[in-house]
Design a protein around this ligand. Structure first.
Ligand code: DAH
Length: 348
């Protein structure tokens, strides 16, 4: 080939190389192009090899053409590399970006079960009146649940509380407590008067489930033992807690009743919170809602715990917490309270 041919080839290689550089779309492709046009076995190197075959005075011309072709291509590659590196950096910045605006995991914040809430509210009301809070066992001895409360074996009042017995000890000696009243005995055993204590807890009866009865339910018991406690104190205390819980326009009513462990005994009711005493379906048109039982502690109960009934008198009361919850929240069936259905619980 003549020198002129070689110079021309160098020029066309430059043009082709520039095109290839321009169309390289990644750093890898650019490296490929660089190797092909500037590497050891590139056409430009071949031209340099063939300088030997050119006339002496033309060699410099061809040499210059190859050098300027190399220089032009090197510059094009370098320029393109800067662009491609910037693009690659931008792409990885997007790809590897931490999206700090993404939401965290949602944790649903729950709340107390309505029965737990009223349980605690009742405790608060009585603590506010100077009472202490005590709890007793759910699996109880016949002695505490009945006998010490003046229900002797075979006493007909035992039949009022359908009992669930546990196969432990002597026959019918161990049972699931049917009320919170046995905690009165435990408190009086553990402590001498003055006693002002409320005793909330879970109780059990062999009852068939219906809208207002469940075999498992909750009661709160109250006990005050001191010098000079009267029935008037009992009535005033019950009225005070009804006012605290339901409002001062709600009235308390007492009817004579019977419980083995109190004498005299009463049942207490409050005027209906829904119809304000007018009569509605909740209060069965009576205007009153039965809450629980109460009375003056029977001297036989004091004898069981060795408290002198000549020195001390006392009153006791007990009522269902679940009933109060049903009333306050208008829960028509008790089973709704314990089904464990979150859709129900979320309403409160
Ligand atoms: N323990 C009784 C019941 O479950 C309720 C009760 C009545 C409790 C009179 C008392 C009371 O403390 O004096 O039916």
């Amino acid at each position: 080939m003549t020198a002129a041919d070689l110079v021309q080839r160098a020029d066309s290689i430059t043009t082709a190389g520039r095109d290839a550089v321009a169309s390289a779309s990644s750093l890898d492709e650019l490296t490929e192009v660089e190797r092909a046009f500037l590497g050891k076995s590139s056409p430009l190197n071949e031209i340099r090899e063939s300088i030997k075959s050119v006339d002496g005075r033309d060699r410099a011309t061809v040499g210059k053409a190859v050098s300027s072709a190399r220089a032009a291509l090197e510059a094009a590659v370098a320029e393109r590399r800067v662009v491609l590196e910037a693009e690659a950096a931008a792409a990885s910045a997007t790809r590897d970006r931490l999206d700090l605006t993404i939401r965290g995991r949602d944790y649903v914040r729950g709340h107390l079960h309505p029965v737990t809430r009223i349980w605690r509210e009742l405790e608060d009301v009585f603590v506010g009146m100077g009472y202490q809070v005590a709890e007793g066992p759910e699996v109880e001895l016949d002695w505490y649940n009945f006998e010490a409360l003046n229900f002797p074996p075979g006493h007909p009042a035992r039949a009022m509380q359908d009992t669930l017995y546990v196969r432990l000890g002597r026959r019918e000696e161990v049972l699931l407590r049917t009320h919170t009243s046995p905690v009165q005995i435990r408190v009086m055993e553990a402590q001498r008067p003055p006693i002002y204590t409320v005793m909330p807890g879970r109780v059990f009866r062999r009852d068939t489930l219906d809208a207002r009865h469940s075999p498992v339910f909750h009661q709160i018991e109250g006990l005050a033992v001191d010098r000079g406690i009267t029935l008037g104190d009992l009535l005033g205390t019950i009225e005070a807690f009804i006012h605290a819980l339901f409002g001062s326009d709600i009235r308390a009513r007492f009817l004579p009743s019977f419980f083995p462990f109190t004498e005299p005994s009463v049942e207490f009711a409050m005027s209906c919170v829904f119809c304000r005493g007018e009569g509605c379906t909740v209060c069965s048109r009576t205007g009153w809602i039965e809450l629980g039982g109460a009375g003056m502690v029977d001297p036989n109960v004091f004898a069981a715990v060795d408290i002198d009934p000549e020195t001390y008198t006392g009153f006791a009361f007990g009522f269902g917490i679940d009933r109060v919850v049903q009333l306050m929240y208008g829960v028509d069936h008790v089973k709704n309270l314990w089904d464990g259905d979150a859709r129900f619980a979320r309403q409160f």
